[in-house]
Write a protein that binds this ligand. Structure first.
Ligand code: FPP
Length: 255
């Protein structure tokens, strides 16, 4: 019995955030470009999809840690509008990941009070992918913990163009004047209209670019880049990013 308790306690301690993170200053919204799955697999002599499979396990761990730390929104770039250019078998594999992940993890997400969301163009997603995500969205809609926002078939320029089109339509119909188009108005037409902008952007794998990710929303976010490949990314790396964020002075253009 005692042994069982000790095991339970130590596994629970592993799940706890470390003391070095200031729990009073947790970024509200963290966005992550999960990069380096292909290179991770190549380095190990494995097919690229093995990297994506391992990357999915990392998603699971980071979601739990983000939730435990009190992050409100975690946006994960899982598939971009440009990723369709990849070889068909890889695209098909990537489109199966949400189902695989959610078929395993949905009960845990529900238990952890996580609310699943989708950011991207749903129309082009295969029905099986969309169905899995929509089921998760529906079954977690009343949850009040971490918002887990999957960017799937997402591209920031497309998102902005759609927002501009929708504003133009409102102007054409006389519902809005050109002068009434403000940053706030445009923001309301983006896929993140009800979310605050990310406070922290993390990109793994050593690449230093945004790759068409949340170009509008990241205007004042803090960036943290690491050479670590996504499948090697751990809860400790995540906390390191948050600690660095906590040391930054955010002035939003002021002094
Ligand atoms: C970029 O690495 C990664 C992706 C395009 C896919 C990211 C997907 C996951 C991490 C799993 C998602 C999990 C769920 C639950 C949806 P890359 O393939 O471009 O790597 P490379 O730059 O080394 O080739």
């Amino acid at each position: 019995m005692l042994e069982k308790f000790k095991k339970w306690r130590s596994s629970n301690e592993m799940d706890r955030p470390s003391l070095e993170v200031d729990l009073e200053n947790i970024p509200n919204h963290v966005a992550i470009i999960m990069d380096g799955n292909g290179r991770w697999a190549k380095n190990k002599g494995l097919p690229r999809v093995a990297g994506h499979r391992e990357g999915m396990k990392v998603v699971n761990r980071i979601v739990s840690r983000a939730n435990a730390l009190g992050v409100k929104v975690l946006t994960l770039y899982a598939f971009s509008t440009e990723n369709w250019k990849r070889p068909k078998p890889e695209v098909e594999f990537l489109m199966k990941l949400p189902e695989r992940y959610l078929s395993h993890e949905l009960p845990k997400l529900k238990k952890e009070n996580v609310k699943v969301r989708l950011m991207g163009c749903p129309d082009e997603l295969p029905p099986h992918t969309l169905r899995a995500v929509e089921t998760a969205i529906d079954e977690t809609k009343d949850n009040t913990g971490l918002i887990l926002n999957f960017a799937l078939n997402y591209g920031s320029r497309t998102e902005i163009v759609k927002a501009v089109r929708s504003l133009a339509t409102e102007v054409e119909q006389g519902a809005l004047s050109a002068e009434q188009i403000t940053e706030e108005q445009l923001g309301k037409h983006l896929m993140t209209s009800d979310l605050k902008d990310p406070d922290l952007l993390i990109r793994t794998s050593g690449e230093l670019r945004l790759s068409n990710f949340m170009l509008w929303q990241l205007a004042y976010s803090e960036f943290w880049f690491t050479d670590v490949l996504w499948p090697d990314f751990t809860e400790e790396h995540f906390e390191e990013a948050i600690r660095v964020f906590q040391k930054r002075g955010r002035r939003y253009g002021g002094v």
